[in-house]
Design a protein. Structure first.
Length: 269
């Protein structure tokens, strides 16, 4: 999945701050300088909730995140205390702007796309079908639910609130996070299982083609051996002999034709 952050624009009451991102971005500073707030504001633009620090509570207005996805650039602007994200993509006559739910779904937002919330839009801009997982963790034929982009992003950010912070939300008192984390693990493992099966099927096909090719080579080798040819050099020698014989026959035929023409002329006289 092509997913690149290009910039984060923070609008405050008195100023606007732009934070550019490179392929690898490194932020450093004293405790309380706002390093963690950058990650949380990115998550806010991607549909998360945020608890504003005392420094931001009185001044923060909105955050705008710019992404580079497979289908192009995507701009996500989310005002403070809003459950909607203003998404913009496309250029000139093809430019589109839509207010899209950050997390909830309430029907299709962009016609003929299946997009119902921000996560759907990002998957769609990445030319991917939004992943789905079984609602029941026990029944195999259970109905499926969406797997949110933010569930997958859990594994891209380590929230170091404790010394033993973990990427896996399998502990703690929040059952939703635990179940959603299990969904992500099942989805990722399932994807790799399917990918392995596809590779194994391709390998079996190649093995079949190899076996058939070897059988054809063995058959051809036996045929050539029966006619006294067992190597490439011998084949080339036979070809040379046949060509020389053919050239000799052609010369003889040409001489015979010329002689026949002379004889006919003599008889007429």
């Amino acid at each position: 999945m092509e997913f690149h952050l290009t910039s984060l624009i923070l609008a405050f009451k008195k100023e606007t701050v732009t934070i550019p991102f490179a392929e690898v971005s490194y932020f450093w500073g004293q405790m309380g300088a706002g390093k963690t707030s950058i990650a949380r504001l990115i998550d806010f633009c991607l549909g998360g909730t945020i608890e504003l620090s005392p420094a931001l509570q009185n001044e923060f207005v909105s955050a705008t995140l710019h992404l580079n996805l497979q289908k192009g650039l995507l701009e996500l602007e989310r005002p403070r205390d809003s459950n909607l994200v203003v998404a913009r993509w496309g250029t000139k006559d093809d430019a589109i702007q839509v207010a899209i739910p950050a997390r909830e779904t309430n029907g299709e937002v962009v016609p003929d796309t299946g997009i119902e919330n921000l996560s759907d839009l990002i998957f769609w801009m990445s030319s991917l079908t939004p992943p789905r997982v079984r609602r029941s963790k026990v029944k195999v034929d259970s109905e499926t639910n969406r797997l949110s982009l933010r569930n997958l992003l859990w594994y891209c950010y380590l929230d170091q609130d404790e010394i033993d912070s973990s990427f896996f939300h399998l502990d703690g008192s929040n059952p939703f996070s635990r179940f959603a984390s299990l969904d992500v693990i099942r989805y990722v493992i399932g994807y790799h299982d399917e990918h392995i099966l596809e590779i194994e099927a391709q390998l079996d096909s190649l093995r079949g083609q190899r076996t058939a090719t070897i059988a054809s080579i063995e058959t051809l080798t036996r045929v050539l051996k029966d006619v006294g040819v067992e190597s490439e050099l011998e084949i080339q020698g036979r070809v040379k002999e046949f060509r020389e014989a053919a050239a000799l026959l052609a010369t003889e035929i040409s001489a015979q034709r010329e002689q026949t023409a002379v004889d006919r002329t003599t008889v007429r006289r």
